[in-house]
Design a protein around this ligand. Structure first.
Ligand code: ASP
Length: 439
């Protein structure tokens, strides 16, 4: 059994958290490859080391003094080193960082040092080998991640060592300059390492016990999702539920490696399992509910629309011409509606309207704003009679007007459009009927 374990910033924010992580790793022989993030917030209102590093770089690139911020960063690591009673001196490392920042090494280099230094500390603490991600995570000339080359180089490197720490978030370009993934990208590194190591599990340790059925800012203490498929996760993540960086799914999915989201502060909790496919049923028929506010709808009507070949394409062309991405297109016989993101659409609204008139010559065109979309996601819905009925009767009881209904062709989700003002109540009503009352 081989496990790759990734720890997020809050799991490594100070010596106390590091000690918890150490205990977790030592508790299971199989946890052989460790991917750390940079130290995150110790308390709310604190600053992540990555953000301090970005600040250093902005000062450096404006030829301003960044020594104060760099000292602050150094003291974060020194507190950890002292708290763990390690014999580790980072003086030379900080000299190099200061020099490189002064010479204009750039934002990615700066940001990556958070993970780099935490990797050195972690390797020293665990007695594991340190592998610099710059040697094994490869990007292409154009800045895109080079999955094949990385897998080749990293697999070969991991074969030489039984236990290692590989810092998350960064790699190197062909010219050896440092390149980072987007924010939260240590999750991706963890998945890449899991793939290269042929791990049995990719454990992603964070400060929550996994994915929740609904957003805790809307539902008080929502239930946890025990098992979710990659496809369900994609639907929920797209609608705003975030625990894991979206791009971290691809490397492990390719190899059929499950991800287990675990809580560093509650290691006994089983967390959430993310799997390709499962025979396990969701406890509540639905797996999760998520949603977003801030959509606009453009409704178009034209007599005999259904018999006009290419009508839809012409309408959609008007959006494409303005480079606006489309969310949903529910349609009737002589009507169709296009849902788009308000912030992407508003500045180009009139250009789209004139495009539609020019290309498709509709009879009526109407724009509405202030709409929210709620996605009810669940692999179990397909085979369960009455799910849609329960959703809509819950909404009717809550006196919520449904503005749009779209059931994905995979029957994995039902998307419901409501007014922005009804958004939270819609989620409460659906959560209540499926999870609380389980009617
Ligand atoms: N430290 C980086 C960030 O704050 C990457 C990560 O934590 O995954 O975004």
């Amino acid at each position: 059994m081989k496990k790759v374990v990734k720890f997020g910033g809050s799991s490594l924010a100070d010596a106390e958290q590091f000690a918890k992580v150490g205990a977790i790793i030592r508790a299971d022989e199989a946890r052989c490859y460790v991917v750390p993030s940079a130290p995150g917030k110790r308390v709310s209102g604190d600053t992540k080391v990555t953000d301090l590093l970005y600040e250093c770089e902005s000062l450096a690139s404006g030829s301003k003094d960044f020594s104060g911020v760099l000292r602050e960063i150094r003291s974060r690591y020194e507190d950890i080193i002292r708290g763990l009673s390690l014999k580790l001196d980072l003086t030379e490392e900080f000299k190099t960082i200061e020099k490189k920042l002064t010479e204009g090494a750039g934002r990615d280099y700066a940001a990556s040092r958070g993970e780099y230094l935490n990797g050195i500390v972690m390797a020293n603490y665990l007695g594991y080998e340190f592998i610099d991600a710059a040697e094994v995570i490869c990007f292409k000339e154009d800045g895109e991640f080079d999955a094949d080359r990385t897998n080749e180089v990293l697999s070969a490197r991991l074969k030489e060592t039984g236990r290692a720490v590989i810092p998350g978030f960064y790699g190197a370009m062909p010219d050896h300059s440092i390149k980072t993934f987007s924010r939260g990208g240590s999750d991706i590194t963890g998945a890449i390492v899991a793939r290269a190591a042929h791990a049995d599990v990719y454990e992603n340790w964070t400060d929550v016990s996994g994915f929740l059925v609904a957003d805790p800012r809307i539902i008080k203490r929502p239930k946890k999702i025990e098992t979710i498929t990659y496809l369900e996760l994609r639907e929920l993540a797209y609608m705003g539920a975030s625990v894991l960086h979206e791009d971290s799914i691809f490397p492990v999915r390719k190899e059929g490696i499950p991800i287990n989201i675990k809580n560093t502060n509650d290691p006994e909790d089983d967390g959430t399992w993310i799997v390709e496919s499962t025979a396990k049923k969701s406890r509540y028929t639905i797996t999760g509910i998520a949603g977003k506010k801030g959509f606009c709808s453009v409704s178009i009507a034209k007599d005999m629309m259904n018999s006009e070949v290419g009508f839809m394409r012409k309408v959609l062309q008007a959006f494409e011409d303005q480079e606006i991405s489309i969310e949903h297109v529910p349609s009737g016989i002589d009507t169709m509606t296009v849902f788009v993101h308000e912030d992407e659409f508003i500045s180009k609204e009139q250009a789209v309207v004139s495009g539609i008139y020019r290309l498709a010559k509709p009879d009526v065109l109407e724009i509405e704003s202030g709409l929210a979309l709620v996605a009810v996601v669940g692999r179990g819905m397909k085979s369960m009679r009455g799910t849609a009925g329960r959703i809509f009767s819950a909404l009717a009881h809550a006196r919520i007007n449904v503005r749009m209904i779209d059931q994905g062709s995979s029957e994995l989700n039902v998307i419901i459009g409501v007014d922005n003002d009804d958004f939270e109540r819609a989620i409460e009503a659906i959560y209540s009927i499926f999870v609380e009352t389980q009617l």
